[in-house]
Design a binder for this molecule. Structure first.
Ligand SMILES: Cc1cc2nc3c(=O)[nH]c(=O)nc-3n(C[C@H](O)[C@H](O)[C@H](O)COP(=O)(O)O)c2cc1C
Ligand code: SF4
Ligand code: SF4
Ligand code: SF4
Length: 591
């Protein structure tokens, strides 16, 4: 067989230098007449090892990681020319040439079934991997809209955008609304800090999203589709537009879409400016209409009166990516995974202090421990696991003691966190939980659209209190004030942003109250993060008098002569940490 060489060109790969790796391969292939098939793909999920290069030859499948310009030359020389694989660069080896056969460590790839396994800019490669087969099955078997909805209901799939509402039920509501014009919108806003599942799906398998929308449109009777994608995702937008053009050319979109008589359906991409609140469906609709993205009161729900006051169904990217699989393989192929109330699989974006950051897709119900330690490789530098933040700014922290929690909607909710859209930020002992809560609150406060006073002013007051606490100016009663404000903001905000904004504070208070108390009562930060609360002291026995710290101190707080023990004047010290960074003898004690 001819050797295949495939370069991972998702945003993560490109950011790590995959373009240069590809150029080297292309130049060598042309210049040296290297007889290989060279192609591109998207992210396979192993973002921690980018740039990734796959080589498939008669001996099996080889995945090389960290392949920069220099390493690719070595790989070509050794593996392709001399047939000797370089084991030290290998991330994965499989004797089977079909990567899809090897579901790693309990992962089950349904939404991600094609991501990293084909060129996302080639509709032919997508078709080889069954793209548009589900919509063609609907056409050939003349499956009725109600039966499509029944299959989605039977699969048990719930919306992956955070709310977890049953998708089939939502489609039923939209189907019930009578109107000449209806819309289906793909929510590709992905505003959660730390989340990149949707981006990877859009970049890696845009045809799956288009087909999911086609099926949804057919089921509810929509004639127009909109993909609302943030402008910060240029590669996703580019590939979506390429895919839409290809799908139109092949007749999947347009008049009598996919060959279904009377089914006229087309899709366009609307670029959003990247405001978190625009992910909320009524704000999203306003934004598509050219208005300022502000939520409005419901009812009427979008299924009754949405875009341009017409019935509208909004689904998340990952939800839509699952739909063709469900229709093609039957609902039982999907609902055999997962738990009683949380069916199927979920994609998670693993970030933070984790060894193998990237994407994983697992059956619902897998425990946090299995995801973080078995799939994610555990904590960086083998530090101890402290907590994991699920659900972004709307979510909460789950402490190490609850690491055996199964990841399904109900179990996660019972901890006070939420499943959210799938962002999983892992934290080690060096994370200050008060500082973390402040980070998320700062985000929601800035992203509040300002319509409701409780959200606009309440989050501002909470942020002021948190800032005071981390600055060492916390007062008795601050915790109670935070709790009171949290309840008020949750109860009185119009949309999900305000209703969930206090969650990071509430969950950190629930599990890490002692850290808040240490900040307020003892003026100490146990994780040694909040600078204002730290004390820097020189350990006399360890100090060699090298003078480096004194030379680095920006406020001349350190005194001492050469070869003599140095001393920090606490009244002058601004706690910047420069001395600790500079000292080569571990002589600075921080507490
Ligand atoms: C403040 C806020 C931001 C949201 N951001 C997103 C988002 O970026 N992507 C998304 O799919 N859903 C987001 N949602 C949820 C959507 O409003 C909506 O529930 C979802 O797109 C429905 O699709 P699904 O049923 O397939 O999950 C957000 C909700 C709120 C309140
Ligand atoms: S809760 Fe916040 S973001 Fe939502 S409408 Fe009110 S002010 Fe705007
Ligand atoms: S850098 Fe370290 S060893 Fe050198 S004088 Fe400062 S404390 Fe002492
Ligand atoms: S922490 Fe900064 S200000 Fe304080 S002694 Fe060290 S270098 Fe100087």
């Amino acid at each position: 067989m001819k050797t295949k060489v495939i370069v991972g060109m998702g945003s993560c790969g490109i950011a790590a230098g995959a373009n240069k790796t590809y150029d080297v391969l292309e130049n060598i292939k042309t210049g040296d007449n290297l007889d290989v098939d060279l192609s591109k793909t998207s992210c396979v999920g192993k973002c921690y090892a980018e740039p990734l290069v796959e080589i498939i030859d008669e001996n099996g499948y080889y995945l090389y990681g960290g392949v920069d310009e220099k390493k690719i030359k070595k790989v070509i020389e050794s593996h392709i020319v001399n047939k000797i694989p370089i084991n030290e660069y290998l991330v994965k080896f499989d004797k089977s040439q079909d990567m899809m056969e090897s579901n790693e460590e309990g992962q089950v790839k349904i939404a991600l079934r094609n991501c990293g396994y084909m060129d996302p800019e080639s509709i032919e490669e997508a078709e080889e991997r069954h793209a548009y087969k589900a919509i063609l099955k609907i056409k050939e078997e003349k499956i009725k809209d109600k039966s499509v909805i029944q299959s989605v209901l039977d699969s048990g799939i719930r919306g992956r955008g955070g709310g977890g509402f049953p998708t089939g039920l939502k489609w039923q509501f939209a189907n019930n609304s009578k109107s000449d014009d209806k819309f289906i919108i793909c929510n590709a806003d992905e505003g959660d800090p730390g989340a990149f599942m949707d981006r990877s799906l859009l970049e890696g398998d845009p045809h799956a999203i288009l087909e999911g929308m086609l099926i949804g449109a057919y089921a509810i009777g929509a004639n127009q589709g909109v993909i609302y994608c943030r402008a910060e995702y240029p590669l996703a937008i580019k590939r979506l537009n390429i895919a839409i053009g290809q799908a139109r050319e092949k007749g999947f979109l347009g008049k009598n879409a996919s060959g279904i008589e009377g089914f006229d359906f087309d899709i366009y991409v609307k670029e959003g400016a990247g405001a978190f609140v625009c992910g909320e469906e009524t704000a999203l609709i306003a934004s598509v209409e050219g208005e300022r993205g502000m939520p409005r009161k419901r009812p009427p729900f979008p299924a009754v009166s949405g875009l341009w006051k017409k019935p509208t169904n909004i689904n998340n990217v990952e939800t839509l990516a699952n739909i063709p699989y469900i229709l093609l393989n039957g609902p039982e192929s999907y609902n055999k995974y997962g738990t009683e109330k949380s069916k199927g699989t979920k994609v998670f974006a693993l970030t933070g202090k984790i060894k193998k950051g990237g994407l994983v897709e697992v059956p619902m119900g897998m425990t946090l421990k299995e995801i973080i330690f078995d799939l994610g490789g555990g904590i960086q530098d083998d530090k101890s696991f402290k907590a994991v933040q699920l659900g972004g700014p709307s979510g909460g922290c789950i402490p190490a003691s609850l690491i055996d929690t199964p990841v399904d909607y109900d179990s996660v909710n019972s901890t006070g966190a939420i499943m959210g859209s799938g962002g999983m930020v892992v934290m080690d002992e060096s994370t200050c939980m008060v500082d973390l809560a402040k980070f998320f609150l700062n985000f929601t406060q800035q992203e509040s659209c300002g319509k409701c006073t409780f959200c606009r002013m309440g989050t501002k007051r909470m942020l002021e209190i948190l800032t005071r606490i981390t600055d060492g100016k916390g007062e008795q009663g601050d915790i109670e004030k935070l709790e009171e404000l949290s309840v008020q903001i949750k109860d009185n905000s119009l949309c999900g942003l305000g209703q969930t904004a206090p969650n990071p504070v509430l969950t950190t208070l629930k599990y890490f109250r002692h850290e808040y108390e240490a900040h307020i009562n003892d003026k100490k930060c146990p994780a040694k993060v909040c600078n204002a609360l730290l004390t820097y002291e020189i350990v006399a026995d360890a100090c060699t008098g090298c003078t480096l710290c004194a030379r680095k101190c920006p406020v001349d707080a350190i005194s001492g002569s050469k070869k003599e023990v140095h001393f920090i004047d606490q009244d002058l010290c601004i706690k910047c940490g420069a001395c600790d960074d500079a000292c080569n003898f571990d002589s600075i004690l921080v507490y």
